[in-house]
Design a protein around this ligand. Structure first.
Ligand code: HMG
Ligand code: MG
Length: 374
C-alpha cells in the first residue's frame, strides 16, 4: 500500500479540450473548471497561451484567466491554475491579461453557485485528512473575510486585493525528447526549444511564478517510434531543472509506454541524479497501459500525476494518441492502494459523464461509468 499523499494535476480543461474539433464555448470551459474546482482538486490546468493558428481551441484562454482572476473563487480552498506557454510571447500575453484584471469586473459567465451560502464544504486536502477534521470554512465573496488559513498566500500575478482565496497562477513550458516531435509541436529543434524555456523561466521567476515543464514523447514518439532513449529524456529533464523549472512532468504523449519501459526510464532518471520529488508523470492511455505505469511510478517514489476527467484529450501533433488517463480511474486506483488525494471520486465521475455528453463523445473513464451505473 502507498499510504500518503498523491497530488493529482487535472489537465482536462487544457489537454482534454485542445484537440476537440468543434469550438467549445467559453461558458462550457468555465463550467468544467468550476465543477472540477469543487471536487477537492488543488491543481487544474486551465488553458494555454499558444499560437491560435496552431491550436484554435485554446484561443480564448486569456478569457479563462481573466474570469478566474476577476471572479470570486470557485472553491473555499486554494487552487493552482496552470497555463501552458510555448514562448515568452505567450507568457507576456498571460501577464498582460493578469495585470489588467480588476477584481470583480470579469463577466460572470458561470452558473450562479458562487454565492457563499451555496459553496460546497471543501473536501479535506490529503494533509488535512491525515491530521484532523478540517475546520469548517465559511467562504465569502469579500476577499477580506476569506478563511484565515489561506490569508497571506498571495498570487503573484493576481491583483493583491483579490488574492485572499490563495489561488495561484502557474505556467507550464514544454519541450520534447525527440527532434521530430519538437519540430512538429513547436516548430523548432530541442536546443532552440530549451532556449525558449530559459527565457520563459527568467520572466516567470522575475514575477515569482512557479513553473512546470513538460518533456513530451518520453516513452514513444509518433515520428521516431517507441524507442526513445531514456538517457535523452534524462538530459532534457535535467536541463529544465537546472534552469529553474520547479517540477518536470515526464509525458507519455503517445501512450506507447509499458511497465518495463517506464521502469527503465525512471531508473535512468534516478541514476542521472533527478529526484522523484521533482517529477510528475503524464500518461496518455492510448494502449490502456496508463494505470500500470502509474503504479510503476509509485514504486519509484513519484507522487504527482497528471490526468484528465473522462479521459478527455490528445495532442493535435500526435496523431492517433487518445486522452490522458481518466482522473476518475486514477483516483479510484490510488485510493484502492491506500493513497490520499483529497479528490471526491464520485463527484469526478459525474463531471466525466457531464462533459462527455456536452462534447458529444464517449466517456472514456471505466471507473466513472461503473460508479454511475451502481
Ligand atoms: P511559429 O509558427 O514558428 O511561430 O510557431 P512564429 O513566431 O513564426 O509565429 C507565428 C504566428 O503565431 C505569429 O502570428 C505570432 O505572432 C503568433 P502572425 O504574425 O502570423 O499573425 N504567435 C503567438 N500567438 C499567440 N500566443 C503565442 C504566440 N507565439 C507566436 N504564444 C509556436 C511557434 C511555438 C508559437 C507554435 O508552434 C505553437 O504555438 N505551438 C504550440 C502547439 C501546442 O499547443 N501543442 C499542444 C500542447 S503540447 C501537448 O499537448 C503535450 C503535453 O500535453 C504533454 C504530452 O502529452 O506530451 C503538454
Ligand atoms: Mg498531454
Amino acid at each position: 500500500r502507498y499510504a500518503g499523499e498523491v497530488r493529482i494535476i487535472e489537465v482536462g480543461p487544457r489537454d482534454g479540450l485542445q484537440n476537440e474539433k468543434t469550438s467549445i464555448p467559453l461558458e462550457t470551459k468555465l463550467e468544467l473548471i468550476r465543477r472540477l474546482a469543487q471536487t477537492g482538486l488543488r491543481d487544474i490546468e486551465a488553458g494555454s497561451f499558444v499560437a491560435p493558428k496552431w491550436v484554435p481551441q485554446m484561443a480564448n484562454s486569456a478569457d479563462v484567466l481573466n474570469h478566474l482572476l476577476g471572479h470570486p473563487p470557485y472553491a473555499p480552498y486554494p487552487i493552482t491554475y496552470n497555463y501552458l506557454v510555448p514562448n515568452v510571447k505567450g507568457l507576456q500575453k498571460l501577464l498582460r491579461t493578469a495585470d489588467d484584471v480588476k477584481p470583480g469586473t470579469a463577466p460572470d459567465l458561470s452558473q450562479p453557485t458562487d454565492d457563499p451560502d451555496t459553496l460546497p464544504t471543501p473536501p479535506p486536502s490529503p494533509k488535512e485528512q491525515e491530521e484532523a477534521e478540517p475546520a469548517p470554512i465559511t467562504s465569502t465573496e469579500d476577499p477580506n473575510e476569506m478563511p484565515s488559513d489561506t490569508s497571506g498566500v498571495s498570487d503573484p500575478v493576481r491583483p493583491a486585493s483579490s488574492s485572499a482565496a490563495g489561488n495561484q497562477t502557474e505556467v507550464s513550458l514544454f519541450t520534447a525528447a525527440t527532434e521530430a516531435f519538437s519540430k512538429a509541436n513547436t516548430n523548432c529543434s530541442i536546443a532552440e526549444s530549451l532556449m525558449r524555456c530559459k527565457e520563459i523561466v527568467a520572466l516567470a521567476k522575475s514575477r515569482e511564478i512557479r513553473v512546470r515543464g513538460y518533456v513530451s514523447v518520453a516513452l514513444g514518439c509518433p515520428y521516431e517510434g517507441p524507442n526513445v532513449a531514456p538517457s535523452r529524456v534524462a538530459e532534457v529533464t535535467a536541463s529544465l531543472l537546472e534552469m529553474g523549472v520547479d517540477e518536470v512532468s515526464v509525458a507519455d504523449t503517445t501512450g506507447m509506454g509499458t511497465a518495463p519501459r517506464t521502469r527503465e526510464l525512471l531508473k535512468t532518471l534516478s541514476a542521472a541524479g533527478i529526484a522523484s520529488q521533482d517529477l510528475a508523470l503524464h500518461f496518455h492511455d492510448t494502449y490502456g497501459q496508463a494505470l500500470v505505469n502509474v503504479v510503476v511510478g509509485l514504486e519509484h517514489g513519484i507522487r504527482a500525476f497528471d490526468s484528465s476527467v473522462g479521459g478527455l484529450g490528445g495532442c493535435p501533433y500526435s496523431k492517433g494518441a487518445t486522452g490522458n488517463v481518466a482522473t476518475e480511474d486514477l483516483v479510484y486506483c490510488l485510493h484502492s492502494l491506500g493513497a490520499t488525494t483529497g479528490v471526491d471520486v464520485e463527484k469526478m465521475a459525474e463531471i466525466g459523464s457531464w462533459i462527455s455528453t456536452e462534447l458529444g463523445r464517449e466517456n472514456d473513464s471505466r471507473a466513472g461509468k461503473a460508479m454511475l451505473a451502481r
